[in-house]
Ligand binder design. Structure first.
Ligand code: SF4
Ligand code: SF4
Length: 419
């Protein structure tokens, strides 16, 4: 396998993307400025074989027995457990139980040589209903799809157009450990983007295996939810393909669908849950209207005031500097000026922990619990302060009030057992 296989994007070979154009030689898109996307002349679509998790399987510089055990630990009881608070058999058990829904989606597809939801889009269970139903208007249908998504458990929903710039050039086969051709069906021009919030209390325990329930259960919910929505659409007569961690880069889609901004920690920062979310997508030919990108001050706050995630990151994988186009290694997309996160450093830390990390998610001031009225009121006031000229005060206040501090996994267990 080539060490870095990427396809150069030209305006000519992205037929389903709307409004792309070149200005002074650089690739632009009508929504890019509002989204905060800064593409440079050398932009290249990303090859999934360069993703750090797939490199963990084929790239001798990343792959090791420890890495293989890291993957196996999701399915094998007790693997990775040790005598340390937050890493006991019980902590790993909670994490692995959280992954069950995602694992069922994967298991169904393995027989067909696929890894649905993580390397391949989720194969639909049926063809579209042959009976046509009447669509009143794209506006009404969009509202309906948002209501249906919330009914099944989405915490936020946005709609945008399919943009091939964010789609992988090639997928990856776990059978051959090499790249494989990839594609989604043609003509699915709209994308419903869903976000689901992860458990706030569990995220507070990062780094730990205990916190893994937040990610595992987040993925499980996402797998089910994306399939719920796709199945609803298929039953209406339209086509739909459900995606989770496969097929395309989720964050640019979520930004274009108006669900948040890009943060220094390399994550989507949503308005209500900050970076504590998982993202799913449903590509469809259902007629829908598109949402507009939003801005609530994250970019400016990360740029001028906050470096909390960079300071807290154990392996120092997050940049303290300004957004840049120079990439740390081949696991980053080429040709976008943004805050870079060194995926090799990050993943090495994960593997040494025998579980994933989310310290940059825990410490982010936009990560708040808004389930109670007073916490929601505080957060709304805080985000306004963070978007005002009093950004430093907002950061100081957040630190002084103890937000972002780790709670011990033992405390997490004590709190939820006593409920
Ligand atoms: S997940 Fe952990 S290691 Fe990776 S960038 Fe965030 S803080 Fe750093
Ligand atoms: S911790 Fe601070 S710098 Fe990092 S993403 Fe959150 S707001 Fe931005």
């Amino acid at each position: 396998m080539a060490e870095s296989a990427t396809d150069r994007l030209t305006v000519e070979n992205q037929p389903t993307s709307e409004g792309a154009y070149r200005l002074k030689g650089e690739l632009h898109h009508s929504k890019d400025q509002a989204c905060g996307f800064e593409l440079t002349e050398n932009f290249e679509r990303f090859n999934q074989a360069n993703d750090i998790y797939t490199r963990g399987q084929w790239d001798a510089r990343i792959r090791s027995d420890k890495v293989i055990n890291w993957f196996k630990g999701m399915f094998r009881p007790g693997l990775g457990a040790r005598k340390a608070e937050g890493y006991s058999v019980r902590d790993f058990a909670l994490r692995n139980a959280g992954w069950m829904g995602a694992n069922l989606t994967i298991q169904r597809s393995l027989k067909q040589g696929r890894v649905d939801a993580f390397l391949d889009y989720i194969l639909p269970y049926s063809d579209p209903n042959p009976e046509k139903i009447e669509i009143e208007s794209p506006e009404v249908m969009s509202e309906e799809m948002k209501s249906v998504s919330r009914l099944f458990g989405a915490d936020a929903v946005g709609i945008t157009h399919t943009d091939m710039r964010w789609h992988y050039t090639k997928s990856f086969s776990t059978k051959t450990l090499a790249e494989k051709p990839y594609g989604i069906p043609d003509g699915l021009s709209n994308v419903i983007v869903i976000v689901t919030a992860m458990n706030y209390e569990a995220v507070k325990t990062y780094p730990s295996a205990t916190a893994g329930i937040a990610v595992g259960h987040g993925y499980s919910k996402d797998c089910e939810l994306a399939q719920n929505i796709a199945t609803y659409i298929l039953n209406l007569v339209y086509r739909a393909v459900a995606c989770v961690n496969d097929t395309s880069l989720a964050i640019p889609y979520a930004i274009a669908a108006g669900l948040g901004e890009y943060g220094r920690n390399g994550l989507l920062i949503t308005k209500d849950f900050g970076p504590r979310v998982r993202i799913g997508r449903i590509h469809t030919d259902l007629p829908l209207v598109h949402d507009q990108p939003i801005s609530f001050g994250v970019r400016e706050f990360c740029d001028s005031t906050c470096q909390r995630c960079a300071a807290a990151c154990p392996p120092k994988a997050i940049s303290f500097g300004a957004p840049e186009a120079r990439i740390p290694n081949q696991s980053s997309i080429i040709g976008i000026r943004k805050w870079q996160v060194d995926a090799e450093r990050c993943f090495k830390f994960w593997v040494n922990q025998a579980t994933e990390c989310g310290v940059c998610m825990r410490v982010c001031p936009y990560n708040k619990d808004i389930s109670r009225w007073w916490s929601r009121a505080y957060y709304r006031t805080w985000t306004r302060l963070a978007a005002s000229p009093f950004k430093r005060l907002a950061l100081k206040l957040d630190v002084a009030l103890g937000f972002g501090q780790r709670i011990k996994p033992g405390e997490f267990w004590r709190r939820f057992r006593s409920r």
